[in-house]
Every structure is written in C-alpha cells, then in structure tokens.
Design a protein around this ligand. Structure first.
Ligand code: SF4
Length: 330
C-alpha cells in the first residue's frame, strides 16, 4: 500500500479511505507501523486538532440485564462475579459526577444495564440528569439501552447532549454476539438519538471473534450512522461469559486497527474505552498517536480502569491539551 497516495487523498484532497483500501491496510507490515500511525496522527491533527477528550462514566445500575450479549458480565444469563446494584439514587449519581469534574472530565455519562429503561427507571434517570446539571458544569450523556421515540425526545428536552448506543459488531457478525435483540434494533435507537437532536456516540468492540474483514465492515457501518464520537472498545474477556476463553487483541494489531479506523473516519472523536489497558498495555500513548483522541478515564462499567492520574500524566507527557467541550480545533 502506497502511503504517499493515501496522504494525498486524506490530507490534500479531504478524502477518507474506502473499504478496499482499508482492507489492504489490514495487511500493512508491522515493521512499517510507524508510517501508518504517522499518517493517522497527521489526519487527526488536520480534522480534529491536537489533544484528548476525556469522558467519565457511572454505572448507575449494574448487573441482572435480561440480554445475552456474549462479552458482557452484566448479563443475567452468565454467572460472572461482578458487584451488582440496583438503580442509584440521584444524590449518589451527583456524588460521582462531582468526582469526575475534579478529575478533569467535562462529560459524564449515566449508564444503566438494561435492554431499555422501564418507566420508573427512566423517571429516576431524568431526576439524576437534572440534579447533575444543576450542581456541576458537566455535560451529561446517557446510555440506557434501546429507547422509544418518546424517551429519546424527553432526554433531549432534559438537556442530555449525547447518547451512547454502540452497535457492538457489524451486521453480519452480530447474531454471534447477541440473540435477545437484533442489530436492527440497535441501529434504530442510534437513528432515533439523532432524530431527537442529541449527539450520537456509537462504536463497537474489537476482538469478539469477528474476522478482520468484519472489523472493517463495523467501521463503515458506524460511519454510515454518522456519530460524533466512536468508542473503540477491545474485548476484556470476563470470567464465565461465553467469550471468557478469548485472547485479547494483540497490542500492535490494536494500534493498526485504531489507525485504520482514523483513516476511515477522519472527522470523528475516536474514544478508547474498555479493554484498552489489557490490550494496549505499554502502547497506550501510541494508541493516542495512532488517532485515538478520546479516553474514558476512571473505571469502566464492570472493570477497573487505571488511576485517572496516570492517564492525565500520559497526556501531559505527550504535551497534548485536554480538549474542552466545544470541540474547536486549536
Ligand atoms: S451489553 Fe448492555 S444490553 Fe448487553 S447484556 Fe450487557 S448491559 Fe445488557
């Protein structure tokens, strides 16, 4: 693959790579990986500017989810050892939000483990949103599973600026990931989010057993939904789930995947999410240089992230700014 040609296409002619080019890049030799990451870095700088967006999440309801997503320790179908709790009260959510604000996040996402929120759960989340917005300067996001049209508009009305709903895997592979709901249901909620006027945060998980081609299909299917932010999670195999036996994606393979996703979606925030520590290990800063310009700091939903101070130090060492909420290119 001729990197010079891609450089012209992406940097001089405002393009992005097509499916065939992305597939070709999946065979890019590992001893030339820096050429690929260097291009991805230039593309990030051109389209998104310098710096890293930080996000924090709170698992406001954990465990006992009716769905059977094969990677997820929160499913009621598997006996993964996790600490479960019912929906937190608004005061508890506020306490976590205040801590996130102290860590430097500008965006706080309330996540509950459900197929979709019940009426009672939804009302309680709306209360939490109101109290966090009243007492902090944080932008509030939500991830509550599938939404009805009415719920989507009510969240937008309550001031939720961004809704996370990952498609997890490409359409072709999705039936291997979950059987209790469909890919089309996920896509339909993703579309509803945009219809209601919220920003869409939509990504997936790498390393579920999909082929490399299906990984690239995932990227193009996400791109078609036109999200603002794309979480790139890497499988962290959880005990007692059907994917417990899987090996995490190799670090350099993950770096290559991040760079290719960046070239497919030059204008999106690519957010490193769950599994980055176990997958990237010592190459975490290389992930940022390869085009991942967003990070979840603090703990994930069921696994601990590394200490926020370590992530903040890494960003400082890279001499990159922490980006503000307005997404302007400096
Ligand atoms: S990924 Fe979400 S919907 Fe699937 S089992 Fe886990 S919490 Fe439930």
């Amino acid at each position: 693959m001729d990197i010079k040609y891609l450089e012209e296409k992406l940097l001089d002619n405002d393009g992005s790579i097509n499916f065939e080019e992305a597939m070709e890049l999946t065979n890019f030799p590992k001893n030339r990986i820096l050429e690929l990451t260097s291009l991805a870095r230039k593309v990030t700088l051109k389209y998104k500017g310098d710096g890293v967006f930080l996000r924090s999440i709170i698992s406001a309801k954990s465990g006992d989810c009716s769905e059977d997503c094969s990677f997820c320790s929160q499913s009621v179908h598997y006996s993964s050892p996790i600490s479960k709790h019912s929906l937190l009260d608004p005061d508890e959510v506020l306490q976590a939000a205040r801590q996130s604000e102290k860590m430097g996040a500008f965006d706080f996402c309330i996540v509950i483990a459900v197929k979709g929120p019940s009426k009672k759960q939804f009302e309680k989340v709306i209360e939490s949103i109101e109290i966090v917005k009243k007492h902090t300067k944080l932008e509030v996001g939500c991830s509550l599973g599938s939404l009805t049209e009415e719920q989507a508009f009510a969240l937008a009305e309550a001031g939720v600026w961004r809704y996370n709903h990952n498609i997890e895997s490409c359409k072709e592979f999705f039936p291997n990931v979950c059987t209790t709901h469909t890919y089309d249901e996920r896509v339909s909620t993703a579309r509803l989010v945009k219809k209601a006027g919220m920003e869409l945060c939509c990504g997936g998980i790498i390393g579920l057993g999909e082929t490399v081609e299906q990984r690239i299909k995932l990227a193009f299917e996400i791109k078609d939904l036109d999200p603002h932010t794309v979480p790139m999670n890497f499988l962290n195999p959880r005990p007692n789930t059907p994917l417990a036996h899987m090996k995490p994606v190799a670090s350099l393979e993950a770096i290559k995947t991040i760079a290719i996703f960046r070239l497919i979606m030059p204008e999106k925030v690519l957010m490193s999410g769950g599994g980055r520590e176990i997958t990237l290990r010592d190459l975490q800063s290389m992930g940022i240089m390869a085009g991942s310009n967003g990070m979840i700091i603090g703990n994930y939903l069921t696994t601990d992230g590394r200490a926020p101070e370590e992530d903040l130090k890494m960003i400082e060492d890279l001499q990159m700014p922490i980006r503000d909420r307005y997404d302007t290119i400096e």
